[in-house]
Design a protein around this ligand. Structure first.
Ligand code: 3PG
Length: 307
């Protein structure tokens, strides 16, 4: 059996070593495709792979067509919007993710960006503190829960909205569960986004919603760029010079944001939330173990596509 790691954005070497150990202990072979620049390289590498470990790499029908021997794809991470689930099902390929394995890393980066915004992008002027400010967590999944845990250390007042998470679950963590996204944005000085990119959430962070934020509001996005209505956010930030947007996922309109909103817009050059040795090890080794469990015992825990 051949397991391929196909990562445009490579794991830390220590994580690749750990994955190799798991794969070879199971009697399988490991192949590595990192930092590829052309889709053709991916199409070529998947030809004889029985299993693939990916990150945000695109697995579409063309890749699945090329991967004639493929049985399973594991997205080492949470969001699997980069995989065509219907095409995988049609090709008889199982798709899994590794929920929770990289969520602390993403949550820590959200705070890195919150502090940066509160301290005026470290430009030397007097900023503000997070202590005592109201933090809104938009979606209370694995990352959202880690954000709540860290926010307690900062002494923030914590609110969350999640349409799919019972209020009791949120409130058990000492977090105030609000009834709507509107209420979250109207209440909070800082909103941290943790929603997945789905048909329902795409473009949902729009003018009307963000405009509910109080004066000096900061929007932090370590989720997905697709959830932002960029045209409307640009319009709003033109009208409201008090708002800041901090993102780990470079917008399509990055140049416009960067040119228009100097001092109140920041984007990492490449999605960095899960880019820590710990997250790479946790998610990468979980992916390897899930592949071994699937190929040896047929275990389908964490499967995200239909059969
Ligand atoms: C995820 O969905 O797990 C995160 O967005 C991290 O994605 P990455 O593996 O591409 O860094």
């Amino acid at each position: 059996m051949k397991v391929l790691i196909a990562t445009d954005k490579p794991f830390a070497k220590v994580a690749v070593d750990g994955i190799r150990k798991e794969i070879e202990a199971a009697g399988y072979e490991l192949a590595l495709l990192e930092k590829y620049t052309e889709k053709a390289q991916l199409l070529d590498a998947v030809k004889d792979a029985n299993a693939i470990i990916i990150r945000s790499d695109i697995i579409d029908a063309e890749v699945l067509d090329a991967a004639k021997e493929l049985k399973i794809v594991v997205r080492a991470g949470a969001g699997y919007d980069n995989v065509d689930l219907d095409a995988a099902t049609a090709h008889g390929v199982c798709v899994m993710n590794t929920p929770g394995q990289n969520s602390n890393a993403v949550a820590e980066l959200a705070f890195g960006m919150m502090v940066m915004a509160a301290r005026n992008m470290y430009n030397g002027t007097s900023g503000t503190e997070l202590k005592g400010k109201k933090l809104g967590i938009h979606a209370y999944g694995n990352v959202g829960r880690n954000v709540a845990r860290i926010a307690k250390g900062f002494g923030m007042e914590i609110y969350a909205f999640d349409a799919f998470c019972p209020k009791e679950v949120i409130e058990k963590d000492g977090v105030t569960a609000v009834d709507s996204a509107d209420e979250l944005y109207s209440t909070c000085n800082v909103v941290s986004l943790h929603i997945p990119a789905t048909a329902e959430t795409k473009n949902s962070i729009n003018y009307a919603l963000v405009n509910k934020m109080p004066k000096g509001g900061v929007l932090v996005n370590t989720a997905r760029k697709e959830v932002i209505n960029e045209t409307e956010l640009i319009q709003l930030m033109e009208e409201r010079a008090d708002l800041k947007y901090m993102t780990d996922i470079m917008p399509a309109a990055n140049e416009t944001f960067a040119a228009k909103f100097v001092g109140r817009y920041f984007s990492t050059p490449k999605k960095m939330g899960a880019q820590t040795a710990e997250a790479n090890i946790n998610a990468g080794i979980a992916a390897a173990q899930q592949i071994v469990g699937f190929l040896k015992d047929g275990c389908e825990k964490f499967r995200v596509n239909k059969k």
